[in-house]
Design a protein around this ligand. Structure first.
Ligand code: KG4
Ligand code: ZN
Length: 338
């Protein structure tokens, strides 16, 4: 069984082919980051147009790398949501057209399910059941995962997603776009204890998150220090100190809620996914927590934490294997709950 995966939900065109016996045969990614950087964020119309330019050539490239022809493909999986409507439509239209032309089944995949399953592409995959921490630019969720397709939402962010908070804080610190990885990098130079930001929603039971207040705290801290030092901009060291304090607040919040989710479910396995799970400090903190809990944590490799085609091909494979498939028709779900 060989499944072609197509991911076009935001600003990355990701294509991959997953083989049931051999694993990932080939994958490639085109990032639009440079194109959107000058606007300080993703411009949806530009994103859609770039997916139109890149998707078919990348499918050709991946098929060549995997040394297969369309006849060898069992089915096609594409991200049907959530994401930018126009960007999703490009992937959906191409997936449905190829499925029609090649006479293959097609399966729509939920983007967050792709992130949830991404760590299963690693050499030592987690086994069910587990708690999944999904931390991306658009979502922050804790999910109890009993099996493929059996997902119970334990908690989620009531406002900004963790990645969104990283990106907005990076913007406040003049670090550029997309800010998550840049903020993490500058935080390495930060001095612990220079600043402290509250850990949101700790006093409330449950597994929900709130990150928008943190960004306001950072904004106020920047303003206060700018006024105090009458500087045109903050020194690099102060920005690093603020970045570190912000990162520590986000990480401690995530770790505490993950621990709570493990206790609630009684599960001993934690799995992460989404761009923020590439963060090395978060990984170290989660590893320390699970060691105390006698539990285990699994991470996707960093390139599969952020958006990619491999996780979509893999999720599609699992659904096709269960006999599930979509119907012909170009349907997308920009707001789609897991
Ligand atoms: O999963 P993803 O690629 O896209 C969405 O589905 O949204 O996640 C992108 C998010 C961005 O907000 C980005 O800033 C953040 O992940 N991110 C990071 C790191 N690498 C990417 N945040 C913190 N530390 C990182 N190393
Ligand atoms: Zn994503």
């Amino acid at each position: 069984m060989k499944v072609l995966g197509i991911e076009t939900s935001c600003d990355e065109t990701g294509i991959a082919i997953y083989d049931a016996k051999l694993g990932l045969l080939a994958h490639c990614l085109h990032s639009q980051v440079k194109m959107h950087a000058e606007y300080g964020g993703v411009v949806p119309e530009l994103a859609s147009r770039d997916h139109i330019r890149k998707t078919l050539p990348l499918i050709d490239q991946v098929m060549q790398a995997a040394k297969i022809t369309p006849e060898a493909i069992t089915g096609i999986a594409y991200t049907a949501g959530p994401g930018l409507a126009g960007a999703l439509l490009v992937g959906a239209a191409i997936a449905q057209s190829l499925a029609f032309a090649w006479d293959k089944p097609v399966v729509p995949v939920h983007h967050m399910e792709g992130h949830l399953l991404a760590s299963m592409l690693e050499e030592t995959p987690p086994s069910f059941p587990f708690v999944a921490l999904l931390v991306s630019g658009g979502h922050t969720q804790l999910v109890a995962v009993a099996d493929v397709g059996c997902y119970t939402l334990l908690g989620e962010s009531i406002d900004d997603a963790a990645g969104e908070a990283f990106d907005k804080t990076a913007k406040l610190l003049d670090l550029g776009y997309p800010g998550g990885a840049l903020l993490a990098k500058i935080a390495e130079q930060g001095e612990t204890g220079r600043f402290y930001f509250p850990r949101p929603m700790m006093d409330r039971p449950g597994c929900d998150f709130s990150f928008s207040g943190l960004k306001t705290n950072v904004r106020n801290t920047i303003a206060a220090n700018l006024a105090k030092e009458s500087l045109g901009s903050l020194s690099l060291q102060m920005r690093a100190d603020i970045a570190l304090a912000f990162e520590e607040a986000v990480i401690e919040t995530l770790v505490i809620k993950c621990k709570r989710a493990l206790h609630l479910t009684g599960f001993k396995t934690l799995v992460t996914g989404g761009g923020v799970s590439a963060n090395q400090s978060l990984r170290r903190a989660l590893q320390a927590m699970v060691a105390e809990e006698d539990a285990t944590v699994f991470f996707p490799r960093p390139e599969f934490c952020t958006d990619n085609g491999a996780m979509i091909a893999y999720a599609g494979y699992l659904h096709l294997k269960k006999g599930e498939q979509g119907d012909l028709g170009i349907k997308v779900y920009p707001r789609w709950s897991l």
